[in-house]
Design a protein around this ligand. Structure first.
Ligand code: 13P
Ligand code: SF4
Length: 320
């Protein structure tokens, strides 16, 4: 858990007192179900504060969740996040039950590319290694040489020791990393439906309206947005920036709930909130986490034919 304040104190600026009894009932039930099921809850930084602060055992960015999934000591993992994150946890824990509370929690990046697309790219660029963002299906990972996240993309690109790589599916992430490395990057045209909506003009207006504001952007934002920001990094890197540098006023050009969660741990910083919600992340609620643990649904299963190559791509990333 991010800090040791009593639970409601940590979330009281986001959850009105009237709503709290409803959340508290679900939280109590989930904490009890975790004990009886020997379950842990892994929650992404975009989960709402009542999940992030209320029931999660492990919180973090995609990279941290994948790393932590490797060491989980439990029979059941509930992934409070989107489907590709649950698949990654299952790849790393084939003998554990991995539950996602809503099977519809997808991702526009994961939907932008198929395994057949990757095979075509390999035909078009023979011998060029394929680096695949974790925001993809297991089937796409299985066609890849290695995975990356926003937290390690540059390191992974340079770890291969080749002059050219294919980096799929996020075009903007690929373009942002290409600016930081000599390795030539062939991109795909996938976009995050949340981050593609931010604009450089919006940042200019924010700087006028809130003098001295520090702007942090996720690398899934378009390159002109990243260029206009003071810092770009994964969700964990943005949270660390606020904790380490303690800016007086900050804006996070990323999903909405992230600001709530980081603000709870950094009460001295003023957060300006341009609110872009990820509809997929928001499908996960305390109510369906509770139901998932009560009914043991929905268990993530991966086609046995692709498990090994998909796991290899994830494990290569974690070992790099
Ligand atoms: P992070 O790996 O930075 O947490 O990003 C995941 C994601 O889905 C961003 O939109
Ligand atoms: Fe996918 Fe974007 Fe949602 Fe992240 S914020 S899960 S990249 S759609």
């Amino acid at each position: 858990m991010p800090d040791s304040l009593p639970l409601y104190d940590r979330v009281k600026s986001f959850i009105p007192p009237m709503e709290w009894p409803v959340f508290a009932d679900d939280i109590e039930a989930i904490l009890e179900l975790k004990r009886t099921r020997n379950a842990v809850i892994l929650a992404h930084n975009y989960q709402t504060p009542e999940i992030f602060h209320g029931v999660a055992d492990i919180v973090g960015d995609s990279l941290a969740l994948a790393r932590e999934a490797q060491t989980v000591d439990a029979d059941v993992i509930v992934l409070a996040g989107v489907h590709f994150m649950a698949e990654t946890a299952k790849l790393l824990n084939p003998n554990k039950t991995v539950l996602i509370p809503d099977m519809g929690a997808g991702c526009s990046l994961a939907d932008s590319i198929t395994a057949a697309d990757v095979r075509l790219l390999r035909q078009r660029y023979p011998g060029v290694p394929v680096i695949t963002y974790v925001n993809t299906s297991a089937a796409v990972k299985a066609e890849s040489d290695i995975c990356c996240t926003s937290g390690n993309a540059k390191k992974i690109v340079e770890s291969l020791g080749v002059p050219e790589v294919i980096m799929i599916p996020d075009e903007y992430l690929a373009q942002n990393i290409a600016k930081e490395t000599k390795v030539k990057i062939i991109a795909w045209k996938g976009h995050c439906e949340v981050h593609e909506r931010f604009t450089a003009a919006e940042i200019k207006t924010l700087r006028q309206d809130y003098p001295g504001i520090i702007v942090l952007a996720h690398p899934e934002c378009p390159p002109d947005v990243v260029a206009e920001a003071d810092f770009a990094g994964s969700t964990a890197a943005m949270a660390d920036y606020v904790t380490d540098k303690r800016p007086r006023r900050v804006v996070l050009m990323t999903e909405c709930s992230m600001s709530d969660n980081v603000a709870a741990a950094n009460p001295a910083t003023e957060f300006i909130r341009p609110c872009n919600l990820c509809p997929h992340m928001k499908r996960i609620t305390l109510g369906n986490i509770r139901t998932a643990l009560e009914t043991m649904q929905h268990a993530v299963e991966i086609d046995p034919a692709i498990v090994e190559p998909a796991r290899r791509a994830v494990e290569r990333m974690l070992a790099a």
